[in-house]
Design a protein around this ligand. Structure first.
Ligand code: ATP
Length: 260
């Protein structure tokens, strides 16, 4: 197995000794996390409720900045640049897009949802917008289902379609990374399968980090898995290895379903 250092050039993020505290230090939610996140792969974050998966995900695009009383120390680099340094945060959040548990399309048409970010950046050229909307909807495997009703309201789509629309909206901004916080937990098995198939395609172009409660999902879709427990990163490895040969008894217990 390659070490984190040997893999360094292929890492999108390098996280080292990262600590995060909520409530001005009262809740130590991430404890000394060291985790490389490789480029153009799917990394799954797993572990029982409250272990810090979403907190770590939100560190990657500084969404935790929006929460009062959060303190962070340690190193978190993206492409060797300090994410917590003096950087343009709006630009970071374009480069590191996010898809949430509950599909959250904006209250407007399918087309306008996908064009929203570009328009906010001042793009008005219809040809350019049409082009990006089509490319993004194709990229999110939704184009064929909606191409004849782009002006329809997004809320008329099924939950699974809405989630793919949110992915299209994210892709439209040409991110480098897509963070997904339990993106299929509100979806039925067929819609879930479509999103999982889509991730297989997306990872050719993007680095994906996904929080999932489903170990089956982590096994199906991820290249690497990191197992968290009470704010600690217990172990991380190639997904197949982590499930077949966990090094730590706590990981073994979790993946065997002994607790959850
Ligand atoms: N906004 C917040 N303010 C204060 N504490 C928080 C906040 N968000 C999370 N926490 C705390 O941080 C710890 C980790 O929570 P987090 O949501 O990251 O875990 P998780 O593994 O994603 O859980 P789940 O699987 O239930 O979503 C928990 O103790 C939680 O109560």
């Amino acid at each position: 197995m390659m070490t984190a250092t040997a893999m360094n050039t292929a890492n999108k993020f390098d996280i080292e000794n990262l600590n995060l505290f909520y409530n001005n230090g009262a809740n130590h939610a991430l404890k000394d996390i060291t985790l490389p996140i490789p480029s153009k792969k799917v990394t799954a974050l797993i572990g029982p409720s409250g272990c810090g998966k979403s907190t770590l995900l939100r560190c990657l695009n500084r969404m935790n900045d929006l929460i009062e009383g959060v303190k962070i120390n340690g190193r978190l680099e993206m492409d060797r640049e300090n994410v917590y340094g003096n950087i343009d945060i709006a630009n970071l959040r374009i480069k590191v897009g996010m898809v949430f548990q509950k599909p959250n399309p904006f209250p407007m048409s399918i087309y306008d949802n996908v064009a929203y970010g570009l328009r906010a950046q001042g793009v008005t050229d219809k040809k350019k917008l049409d082009e990006v909307v089509e490319r993004s909807l194709r990229g999110a495997a939704l184009w064929d289902e909606v191409k004849d009703r782009l002006k329809s309201h997004a809320f008329g789509l099924s939950g699974g379609q809405q989630q793919r629309l949110c992915i299209a909206r994210t892709i439209a901004m040409e991110p480098e990374v897509i963070l997904m916080d339990e993106p299929t937990s509100a979806l039925d098995p067929i819609a879930t399968k479509k999103i999982e198939d889509l991730m297989e395609e997306l990872k050719k172009n993007y680095t994906i980090v996904i929080v999932t409660h489903s170990m089956q999902q982590a096994r199906r879709i991820s290249d690497r898995t990191a197992f968290f427990l009470m704010g600690e990163l217990v172990e991380h490895d190639e997904t197949a290895n982590l499930f077949a040969n966990p090094r730590d008894d706590r990981t073994r217990g979790y993946v065997n379903g002994d607790f959850g």
